[in-house]
Design a binder for this molecule. Structure first.
Ligand SMILES: [Zn+2]
Length: 260
């Protein structure tokens, strides 16, 4: 009897522990990638997008450059190939951007005011593509499932779509219970996405100095309420300091033809 109760939990923990592509940090993944990608595709399809926005091509070309340079390294081939990525400008004035498993990138139209240059967009997309690479959403869905439905019930619960399971998926994507509310990743996830992101933007030919500069512009904005992207991505001194420390490593990876 005892065996029957504990076996599923043991099994879940064994199959659930994987290491993060990118940093090797061990992470708990209880959902498979194709399952989470198809859930993400369904949510992405429902979002209100700006049709025929001429800026979409710019977002797509910067995003795909980053995906292509990341995938040059064998260990990062877990990233979906370029032809599987979808980009959209979301019809939302709040400054924000997000990435979903399977390769879906949303860039709110309100974000352009905060990211005027290609380098700024590369900072944001490098960071977002890195969240996908490091499977942060899968990890967050797994943590939420554990918290909401209990470890033994996870396997069973994911087969049926209950409201608790739906909440776990949605907040895993960072969408919160209501669509449109983006939730912050943990500090560890943010740091991984920042580190990988600054390397990838440099490899794609964008000057990585734009990364600390982008965050620094907002870290000093204290007082009034920070714009949404910066409330889910705290632009604090620690973040800027780490990005500055990674600059030499990132600059060394820039293509020779565009090195500053
Ligand atoms: Zn982030």
């Amino acid at each position: 009897m005892i065996k029957k109760i504990f076996l599923p939990l043991f099994f879940l923990i064994v199959v659930g522990c994987q290491s993060t592509p990118g940093t090797g940090r061990s992470q708990l993944i209880l959902v498979n990638q194709s399952e989470i990608s198809s859930m993400a595709a369904g949510e992405f399809a429902k979002m209100k997008k700006v049709p025929n926005d001429p800026r979409l091509e710019r977002i797509r070309s910067i995003g795909l450059k980053i995906v292509e340079v990341a995938r040059r390294e064998d260990k990062y081939r877990v990233l979906p190939p370029a032809n599987q990525w979808q980009f959209a400008i979301i019809d939302d004035e709040s400054p924000n951007a997000f990435a979903m498993p399977g390769g879906k990138i949303g860039f709110n139209k309100g974000m352009f005011a905060y990211a005027p240059s290609d380098e700024d967009i590369a900072v944001i997309l490098g960071h977002e593509v890195s969240h996908v690479l490091a499977r942060h959403s899968s990890e967050r869905v797994s943590q939420n499932l554990l918290a909401q439905v209990g470890s033994i019930a996870v396997d069973e619960a994911t087969k049926h779509e209950s409201s608790a399971v739906r909440r776990a998926w949605m907040s895993g994507f960072g969408l919160g219970a209501q669509v449109g509310v983006l939730l912050p990743f943990s500090r560890a996830h943010e740091e991984e996405a920042d580190h990988l992101g600054i390397i990838f933007m440099a490899r794609a030919g964008y000057n990585p100095e734009a990364a600390p500069a982008f965050w620094q512009r907002f870290s000093k904005a204290g007082g009034k309420k920070p714009p949404e992207f910066f409330s889910t991505h705290p632009a604090d001194e620690t973040r800027v300091r780490k990005l500055l420390a990674w600059l030499p490593e990132a600059k060394a990876q820039m293509p020779k033809s565009v090195s500053p």
